[in-house]
Design a protein around this ligand. Sequence first.
Ligand code: AHR
Length: 502
Amino acid sequence: MTEKIIVDAGYKKSKISRHIYGHFAEHLGRCIYGGFWVGKNSQIPNIHGYNKAVVEAFKKLNIPNLRWPGGCFADEYHWKDGIGPKENRKRMINTNWGGVVEDNSFGTHEFLGLCDELGCEPYICGNVGSGSVQEMDEWIEYMTFEGESPMANLRKANGHEKAWRIPFFGVGNENWGCGGNMRPEYYADLYRRYQTFVRQYGKEKIQKIAGGPNVDDYNWTDVLMKNAHWLMNGLSLHYYTYEYHWGDKRSSTEFDTDGWYRTVKNAYRMEELVRRHSEIMDKYDPEKKVALVVDEWGCWHQVEPGTNPGFLYQQNSVRDAVTAAITLNIFNNHSDRIRMANLAQAVNVLQSPVLTEGDRTLLTPTWYVLHMYKGHQDAILLQTSAACSSCGDPEKNLAVPSLSVSASVKHCEKCSKDLYLVTLANADSDSSKEIEVTMAHLGRNINSAEATVLSGNAMNSINTFEMPDNVTEKSLTAEITACDTVKITMPAHSVAAITIKV
Ligand code: AHR
């Protein structure tokens, strides 16, 4: 059976904000220390202390933004501990993540320098759980006030004359949990108070992101929107994909077919979460001024055997690649409301695109998906529909659509052509799919079509430091079968990207 996808080239929808393709770096395990940051005196090749290979890997993805310093760490981070001469910086215990010593050698200056190296925007998360209003107020002043003031003077004394641009600022993290175990009513009041002191000093406004719900806590969304929607630019949502949705963590590599489908089904659940939270947001904000910011998403598996359980270091297989592709298609398709998202986390933690070990770096299957999808950044979403089969055992309640899809169009100035990008995931663990993609209302004939694919010999194939190129993006035959139609064959458990020029 041939699966049929229709892309309506005449039905242009929302802009897919590039910020949907954002990342997250917390002081957790080896994400910052040993991941992004190796220090200036390291033997590992570095640019002013930043791991060169890691920076280069992320630059190839055109990453739009990086969220920092947490996560749970944000609500016990005191920014003044991480500025000034390194020898004077406070040493503290990272109580959330492994109880290790945090020496604060990576702080505000180091983070903002990293964003400069990466060419991305900073998204800083402030401390509401254990920090004061004054502390948040002064951090904003320190980073963004250009003129003469106590905090601006301190920044200058610490070697940074010019104010930074901080386009995104989160007012707390998971304040329903590690960020203070608050009730939504209480956090809504705190949000109103704290955000008042996120002052707008620069020409460019800081977008304020309120701490949003956990998974399906629709009441949290309702209370926050009712009490504070006019004071926020975004409301965050956190959802991790587990094999079992109630949070039992299973191996990242040792799973059977049912384990594959349980995980894929939970990845598809993002669609329902986004739809239902958006419906509540629509009630208070029909003009969609407030973005839904999915600033923590990804697969959360059992840690790799022999590693510190508090470091959340896991491998990343073809299953992670397929779930990332499904999730990103959902984000693209809801880009009218979702205008920012952050994969958790960038290096060595949870579903990382990059893993490191000493001076060795590897790109995971998830990195390749982000590479295949990067053409969607700031492109215009197109309406798609799929008449496709399902896969997974219905008797076990594991049936899911075989194909997930999104499509966009962007004008290429260099080649003066419209470029259409169609991205697909084949969720079927063991069958390939012959797929016809028809570009309806194109107005002109397809000029050329190129495709790439990411798969693996098995659904749990991974890249290792010994075999880093086991799972990579490869070219795939894309046959133009009619003036508006392209045909591809996707292997089982795979992700494909088709670029069509007219
Ligand atoms: O990403 C790991 C943790 O997951 C974050 O610190 C927290 O916000 C979430 O619970």
